[in-house]
Design a protein around this ligand. Structure first.
Ligand SMILES: Cc1cc2nc3c(=O)[nH]c(=O)nc-3n(C[C@H](O)[C@H](O)[C@H](O)COP(=O)(O)OP(=O)(O)OC[C@H]3O[C@@H](n4cnc5c(N)ncnc54)[C@H](O)[C@@H]3O)c2cc1C
Length: 272
């Protein structure tokens, strides 16, 4: 299939892109195009105007902010995989990036596009949630810093406001004492996760986050499981309870799968 006709703009700056979005009511952004182009080709998401943000240098910037690092939304998965983009997650981001799709997709797909798309089984939303990242969103009303837990709303749904663009993410630098794990189960190499568990466990700074993706409409923090892990208590009962609350129609196979990925991820950080 070919897309229906649309106008195309390729603005040089983020402000120009925001201006173009504002001028065209039926417009969409395109970054790496790995999710949007198939939707356009299948005419599932026809737009009159496409704003290409792929050449905006600002979106590929990285900045050291002391305790945090800013990574631009336009950095590709491959840039993280190759170590060109910084990894304040002590290797977690690099590992996740290398497990997204296959190399051709990773060379084009961007971290911002992945989060904006909000696929419930995507890798970046889960990893950034586990890292306690903030999304920097720029729009006609200025800039907002939005916690990942507030940005992710549901299946393919975020709390981005009309005309807003994700400029990048601020990610706190994990101390050397922090341990991380990323356990992805997919049915074939290059596919989205059937179950993805990500854990950040920093005993020294009392920070523990446990995330599951693929179980509900969005990647979710398992607060009770994280609290149990932080205090050294058993996590199995909490996992079962929290999965039950997340999954609309829990079936034995999916429950077992998510319990297994979570169990492995927790085992990796706790040395069990
Ligand atoms: C075969 C295949 C396998 C895949 N497997 C995986 C996988 O295992 N794990 C995984 O996580 N992903 C996977 N993906 C998705 C891939 O990671 C995409 O790159 C990603 O979802 C979208 O990024 P993009 O830059 O291509 O965005 P685009 O396709 O350009 O855009 C996607 C959406 O985000 C919006 N958008 C883009 N950038 C911004 C921004 N900065 N601010 C606001 N809105 C924005 C667009 O308007 C559009 O609605 C796969 C894709 C394919 C084709």
């Amino acid at each position: 299939m070919k897309p229906s006709t649309f106008e195309y703009g390729c603005p040089p700056t983020l402000d120009d892109a925001i201006g173009l979005l504002g001028k065209n009511s039926d417009s969409a952004l395109i970054a790496g195009g790995q999710s949007l182009v198939p939707l356009l080709n299948l005419r599932l998401a026809p737009f009159d105007y496409i704003v290409d943000i792929g050449r905006i240098a600002e979106l590929r910037e990285t900045r050291d902010l002391g305790d945090r690092v800013f990574v631009g939304a336009g950095l590709t998965h491959a840039m993280f995989e190759d170590g060109i983009a910084p990894d304040p997650g002590n290797g977690l981001m690099r590992k996740a990036a290398g497990n997204i799709a296959y190399r051709a997709v990773r060379c084009h797909g961007t971290i911002g596009g992945s989060v904006a798309m909000a696929d419930p089984a995507a890798d970046w939303p889960a990893v950034l949630l586990a890292l306690g990242a903030l999304a920097i969103c720029r729009g006609p009303q200025g800039e907002r810093r939005v916690a990942m837990d507030e940005l992710l709303v549901g299946t393919y749904e975020t709390s981005l406001r009309p005309g807003e663009i994700i400029a990048g993410f601020e990610i706190f630098k994990l101390p050397a004492s922090a341990r991380t794990s990323y356990v992805k189960f997919n049915k074939k190499v290059g596919a989205f996760a059937t179950s993805l568990a990500v854990v950040v466990h920093d005993v020294a700074n009392v920070t523990t986050r446990v995330v599951i993706a693929g179980a509900g409409p969005r990647a979710s923090l398992l607060h009770a499981t994280a609290a149990a892990l932080a205090t050294g208590a058993g996590t199995d009962a909490c996992i079962a309870r929290e999965l039950d609350a997340l999954m609309p129609e829990p079936d034995a196979y999916s429950c077992h799968l998510h319990q297994t990925t979570l169990g492995r991820a927790i085992g990796e950080v706790s040395g069990a």
